[in-house]
Structures are given as structure tokens and as C-alpha cells.
Design a protein around this ligand. Structure first.
Ligand code: ADP
Ligand code: ZN
Length: 728
């Protein structure tokens, strides 16, 4: 097929609008390339699209409208097209929705140099005000980066007239948009650390894999602190030396100050950082620089998979077991699977790094699909923490207290030695339940099937499902009794309060994402803690991930049983991973660490596996159980979520689908449900789920597509397909 279309020839343009196919247009004056980003008329509107191929020509030529203009961006590569098509087919997502993930760069359609941008100038203000200082500080933090007026005003939390005032005095410089401000070159030839024998062997294997220019996946397994990061940075170095780009995916991208500093130390310059909190200017710049091959290394959240790499040679998925890699809104995809797909299309290598891999990756390594590399010991003098339980049945404490006397004594001992201790609880907010002591009513969300969680720090009740919040009431919304509302159960804020009462002299840092105004403030706090600014760290899941606190020697898990209840088949795997991960925070430097789990069921097999650290045995037992049940990764599963405002109509649609299951039966698949979805109501919409289970080799997507195409969704009903659902 040709890859250039002369003026007037028919091209098929795929837009990001919810249509089921590409539409024909005439190529504009000057013609256009295959893959070109274009603006086309659609009804009365102008929309963004991509030239996807030759036109079908099944219309009267005279009625076909013309492409309005070709946008100033490099055409979408064939490889990217193939990736989007296959990702769409795998997740059963309409292609336009997939394309939207790849065109998220803002300002793609801006004519060149239309915008003004603002950056640090060298003038001095005639008068210093709080607002002006905020602008100056913001710009100072970003060095020579520039921002649009709106971005800068928002970041500094001032009005645009404050910025304009500073422009007049030369404190802020106004200039045309530097769309293509390049990134500083990373230098892979700077010396690496002296690697241990294990590390060197792993690194040599990866260097070889990366330079082979063919697809492959390696599972890099090693206990926390064993040097996985060190090793995969060497793989990045190999890719850069070979002139290829590298992508490192991280689960909590906003919290990577320590990580970026490490990358900078290794390569002498900062990488591109792609995440939802990045400014518009920064995103536009990264998108363009990645497309030109100029940005060599991207550190990003899962959406960084959809950037237009020119020559991608390596994708690292750090903490590959992390649940946040599954996108649960909009297009439902798992970043780990998409990384493997993307790499297999462009001949890149994938490194999946984890101390506690997902059962999926473990099984793929067992089956020989992935290479497995192991780092067995912690780097240097650091040893794995000692693990133990605190049997809560034997401890006496008040019903509104959660730190057992034994845990308190252990923390005391750390404080005396000038070490840090961490108390971990996997619950945000102050208390999970707000109960009226007069009538027994529990405050729930109006729109979801969920309780409202008190966030005392914000003085609000928040629904963790939909984010809806309201001020904390003083009277019960049901019986109107005054001052009868009571907090029930512990959350991270309440634990912070308890700790402050127990240790009034200690410096206590409570780390929960919603207690910090910005990701930047949270990052700063984490760095400060790493340098010893707190004695006791209280935190949620947030602190379990990758942070390095050298003085931390004790981790106390407040409620180790939290994840063990419930019918979710993945509960054991999750608890195992989370507990090992949290425990791994302790004793990362010279001082040995201890992790203590408060539990009411110390003899539970999962708790025992966590203590024994017999990971291989744990995985084998889990694998056997899943294999026996024909569940992932040994069988295939898909969820169909139907939602709508009327519960009856939603169930009717579900039943109709369940009855007409011929397409599924033909491939030997079974359908279960409809049943209320794991979250049965979200934002006022009722949700039911059908689960489809098939053998590993069955053509599940094809059958599913055929099956769901039978149903006509009436009114406000919606259907979403969730391939490989995370909870089942
Ligand atoms: P992981 O990613 O497995 O948790 P890291 O790569 O973060 O482990 O290593 C843990 C700590 O040990 C880091 O501070 C790292 O800089 C240090 N480290 C690991 N390997 C080496 C090495 N070969 N030389 C010097 N320091 C190392
Ligand atoms: Zn809600």
C-alpha cells in the first residue's frame, strides 16, 4: 500500500469520536501521509483524526468532504497503528477509544507558535507580595521550563494578572512557545556502581537481550533492596548505548523524587517524566520529543505506553504485581500485558521487576515464556527483616485503640535507639464507618453502594468509590439526633492520632495521599522522612512502594487480616504481596529490621507463608488452587459489566445475554451471573456483572464479540468488557 495520498484521493480517517469505523475524506491540498494527524469536518464540528488507510470509496465522491488540514506532528507509525489495533482487539475496545489514549497530548492541533509561554526572567520585583513570591518560587523550582499563563497561574495559585504584573518588571519572561525544547542528553557511559556477582550476571543477560533487537520478556525477581533498580538501570544503559529509547513504568509516578535523583546520578541528566500531574506544556513537549526520538528515557505512569516512540528498545515494568497497573475506568487494560504486546510489535525487551511477582508472571516464567532472573540477597550488610506475629487474642487493649502493648514496647525500643518505626494500615481517612449511636444508621454514599469514609483532616465525608464528598454533619442524616455520630474502626488518620497520644514526644508523619495539597508536597515530605525528619511514620499502601528509608528498622502492620476475608480468589496473593512489600521497608541499611503483623489468626496459611518467606512454596500452592479451579492464569476470564440507572433494566439485559450464550458454548465457555458487580452501584448507576470462563487456548475475544453484538442497549444502558478482571 502506498503511504502517501495525493490531493483529492480518498483516505480513511479514524477519529477519536465514538463511531464504529473510519470515515472517507478527500486528501487536502498538498496531499497527506499515511498516519498523518489531521483535522476533519464531522457534522458541524472539526475533529482530530488520523489517516488510517486508503478510502473505501463506497460513497458518491462528490459528497465526500475534504480534510481541513494536516497537523504539525509526525505521522503515527505503522507499529503504533498495529499496537492500537491489537490492543483494541484484545480488550474488545472500539478503536476510536484506543486512539484517544494515543492522542492525549494536548495542543496537538495548535497552529505553531500561537501560544505565549512564561518562564523565569532576570528582573527583580519592585515590591514583594505573597502572590508574587508564589510565582517566583514556582518558576525557580522548574528552572528554565516554561508554562502557559493559565498553567503558571494555577500552579502558583494566583490570578493571571499577578503573572502579567511580573512580566512588566522582567521578573517573568514572556516568549513564543518553545514547542520543542529538547531534553538534556543522558550519558550511558558514566560509570555504574560496582555490581555484585548476582547483579552483574543479571545485568549481562539483560544487556544481551536488549541488544538482540528482538522481543523477549524477563522476570527480574529479587527481594526488596537486592538491587533490581540498579540492574534494570544497566539495561536502560544498554538500550541507550544501542541508540534505542527506554520506558520505565512505575505504579505511583507522582512519588518518585528519590528515583529521579537516582536516574540523574546514573545518566547525568533528568529523564522525561510522564504522568497525569504533568503540566500541559510538559506533556506536549514530551509527546513531541518522544516522537522525534529525542527523549531517550521516559519514566511514566501506564499511559506512557501510548507515547509515539520512534525506536523503543526496552520497557521496564517496576513493581509489576501492583494493582494500579490495571486501568479500571474508561478503556480497561492492564499495563503489564500492554507492555508485552507493545514490545512484541516493535522488537523490544520487557523487564518485569518485583520482589513478589504476580501469579500471572510467575506462571509465565514457569512455563518458559519469560526468562527468570533472581537476585537472592539484599545489597551490602542489609539483611531481610525478621518477621513475626502479634497474636491479638492475647493482647488487651481498649476497643478504640489499635496499637497493642507489645507493638508499643517494640516502637519504644526503636525510639530509644534513635531509629525509625512505621505503623502500616491499608485504610485511608479517619474511620471507615460513621455510625449514629441513637438509631444505628451508617452513613453511606447517595450514589454508590459504599460507606462514606470520614476524613477528619479535611473535615469531610468522602466516598472512596466515586469521590463524592460532603461536610461532616453534626446530626444523624436519618434520625436527626445531634452529636450522636461516632467513628467506628481505624483509618490512617485515626492511627496517627493514637500514635500522638501514645508518643507525645515523637515526631510523627502521617502519609496519606489526601493529606497533602499536591503531589509535590507529598514528595518533599517523603524525601524529608528518608533523611530522618520523623521518628514514626504512619502510612497506607502508599508507603509500601519503593521508598528508601535507611533509618527504618521496625514495621508494625496494624491489621494483617484485612485482606484475608472475602471471597476474592486473589485475596491471598494480594495479602502476601502487600505484607512482604511492607515488611521489605524495614532494615534497608546497616541496622537489621523487624516486621510484626498484628493478627487474630496467626495460624492462617497465608500468614504463615508470609512469615516463613517460603515464596516458592506459596506460589506453587496458589498455582495448584487456581489450576484446579480453571482460573487465571490457567484459564481465561472476562467480565461483562452492564450498568444503568434502573436496576431492573440492567438485570433484564444481563439475563437476556445469559440466555443467548450460543457463541460462548461453541468455544466451550461458561457464563455465570448476572450478579451484582463487586461494586454494585457507582455514581448512581447500578452495575451487574456476567463472568465468562473459558479454557486457556479458547478464542475468547472472538466469541465475546459475537455474543455481545446480539444485544441492543436501550436507553441509558451501558456495557463494558473487562478482559482478565482483577477481582473474581
Ligand atoms: P531494589 O530495587 O531491589 O529494591 P535497589 O536497586 O533500590 O533495590 O537497591 C537497594 C539499595 O542498595 C539502593 O540504595 C542501591 O543504591 C544500593 N545498591 C544496590 N546495589 C548496589 C551496588 N552494586 N553498589 C552500590 N549500591 C548498591
Ligand atoms: Zn459514591
Amino acid at each position: 500500500m502506498t503511504d502517501f495520498f495525493d490531493e483529492g484521493t480518498l483516505v480513511a480517517v479514524l477519529t477519536t469520536q465514538p463511531l464504529d469505523r473510519a470515515l472517507d475524506y478527500r486528501a487536502p491540498e498538498g496531499g497527506c501521509h499515511l498516519g498523518a494527524f489531521v483535522e476533519v469536518p464531522l457534522g458541524p464540528r472539526k475533529v482530530l483524526g488520523v489517516v488510517w488507510g486508503a478510502g473505501q470509496g463506497d460513497y458518491d465522491y462528490n459528497k465526500v468532504r475534504s480534510v481541513i488540514r494536516v497537523l504539525d506532528a509526525a505521522p503515527l507509525r505503522d507499529e503504533m497503528k498495529a499496537f492500537l489495533e491489537r490492543a483494541a482487539a484484545y480488550t474488545l475496545t472500539p478503536l476510536p477509544a484506543m486512539l484517544r489514549l494515543a492522542t492525549r497530548a494536548p495542543g496537538l492541533g495548535d497552529p505553531p507558535s500561537m501560544r505565549k509561554v512564561y518562564r523565569r526572567g532576570d528582573g527583580a520585583p519592585d515590591r514583594v507580595t505573597k502572590a508574587r513570591t508564589a510565582v517566583i518560587d514556582t518558576l525557580a523550582e522548574y528552572g528554565d521550563l516554561s508554562f502557559t499563563l493559565k498553567e503558571l497561574a494555577e500552579m502558583a495559585d494566583v490570578t493571571s494578572s499577578v503573572v502579567k504584573g511580573l512580566v512588566a518588571q522582567g521578573v517573568v519572561r514572556e516568549e513564543d512557545s518553545p514547542r520543542d525544547l529538547p531534553f538534556a542528553r543522558l550519558d550511558p557511559s558514566l560509570p555504574s556502581k560496582a555490581l555484585t556477582e548476582d547483579q552483574a550476571a543479571a545485568s549481562a543477560h539483560l544487556a544481551q537481550a536488549v541488544t538482540s533487537e528482538s522481543y523477549g520478556t524477563t522476570l527480574l525477581r529479587g527481594v526488596t533492596g537486592s538491587g533490581k533498580t540498579e540492574v534494570y538501570l544497566e539495561a536502560v544503559a544498554s538500550a541507550l548505548r544501542a541508540g534505542r529509547q527506554a520506558l520505565v513504568l512505575l505504579p505511583e509516578i507522582a512519588l518518585t523524587e528519590q528515583f529521579l535523583t537516582r536516574v540523574e546520578a546514573r545518566f547525568g541528566a533528568k529523564p522525561a517524566e510522564w504522568h497525569s500531574g504533568a503540566t500541559m506544556t510538559e506533556r506536549r513537549r514530551i509527546w513531541r520529543m518522544v516522537g522525534q526520538g529525542q527523549a531517550q528515557l521516559v519514566i511514566g505512569a501506564r499511559s506512557a505506553l501510548f507515547l509515539p516512540y520512534q525506536n523503543l528498545g526496552l520497557i521496564v515494568v517496576d513493581e509489576e504485581h501492583d494493582t494500579s497497573y490495571k486501568q479500571e475506568d474508561g478503556v480497561l487494560y492492564h499495563a503489564r500485558d500492554m507492555a508485552v504486546l507493545r514490545a512484541s510489535i516493535c522488537g523490544a525487551h520487557v523487564v518485569l521487576a518485583s520482589a513478589t511477582p504476580s501469579l500471572e508472571s510467575w506462571a509465565n516464567a514457569e512455563a518458559g515464556k519469560y526468562t527468570r532472573l533472581e537476585l537472592t540477597s539484599r545489597f551490602g550488610p542489609a539483611v531481610m527483616p525478621k518477621m513475626g506475629t502479634i497474636d491479638m487474642r492475647a493482647e488487651t487493649l481498649r476497643s478504640d485503640r489499635w496499637v497493642s502493648p507489645r507493638l508499643k514496647a517494640e516502637v519504644d525500643a526503636r525510639l530509644e535507639r534513635g531509629e525509625q518505626a512505621m505503623l502500616f494500615i491499608n485504610r485511608r481517612g479517619y474511620a471507615p464507618i460513621t455510625l449514629c449511636r441513637a438509631c444505628g444508621h451508617q452513613i453511606g454514599c447517595d450514589d454508590c453502594d459504599a460507606r462514606m469514609v470520614e476524613h477528619r483532616f479535611l473535615k469531610r465525608l468522602i466516598c472512596h468509590q466515586c469521590g463524592e464528598s460532603k461536610p461532616m454533619p453534626t446530626a444523624c442524616p436519618s434520625c436527626e439526633a445531634e452529636d450522636k455520630l461516632a467513628a467506628v474502626g481505624p483509618g490512617v488518620e485515626r492511627l496517627g492520632e493514637e500514635a500522638a497520644a501514645i508518643w507525645p514526644e515523637a515526631r510523627i508523619a502521617t502519609l496519606s495521599s489526601d493529606m497533602y495539597g499536591s503531589a509535590r508536597a507529598l514528595k518533599a515530605e517523603i524525601s524529608a522522612i528518608g533523611e530522618g525528619a520523623a521518628d514514626i511514620i504512619i502510612g497506607t499502601q502508599l508507603v509500601a512502594k519503593g521508598h528508601n528509608f535507611p533509618k527504618l528498622t521496625l514495621v508494625g502492620v496494624i491489621d494483617a487480616d484485612l485482606g484475608l476475608t472475602g471471597s476474592d480468589l486473589r485475596a491471598a496473593e494480594r495479602t502476601f504481596q502487600l505484607m512482604r512489600q511492607v515488611a521489605g521497608r524495614a532494615g534497608r541499611a546497616e541496622a537489621p529490621g523487624t516486621a510484626l503483623l498484628q493478627t487474630y489468626q496467626p495460624e492462617h496459611p497465608v500468614i504463615r507463608a508470609i512469615l516463613a518467606g517460603e515464596e516458592e512454596a506459596f506460589w506453587k500452592a496458589e498455582a495448584d488452587e487456581r489450576r484446579g479451579a480453571g482460573m487465571p492464569p490457567y484459564g481465561r476470564l472476562a467480565g461483562i459489566i452492564l450498568s444503568g440507572p434502573e436496576v431492573g433494566a440492567v438485570f433484564d439485559a444481563g439475563n437476556q445475554l445469559a440466555r443467548n450464550d450460543r457463541a460462548l458454548r461453541e468455544i466451550g465457555a461458561q457464563v455465570f451471573g448476572p450478579a451484582p458487580a463487586p461494586i454494585a452501584r457507582v455514581r448512581g448507576r447500578h452495575r451487574v456483572r456476567l463472568l465468562v470462563k473459558a479454557d486457556k487456548g479458547a478464542p475468547l475475544q472472538r466469541a465475546l464479540a459475537q455474543w455481545i453484538s446480539q444485544i441492543r442497549l436501550k436507553g441509558d444502558l451501558r456495557l463494558a468488557v473487562d478482559i482478565d478482571p482483577q477481582s473474581f
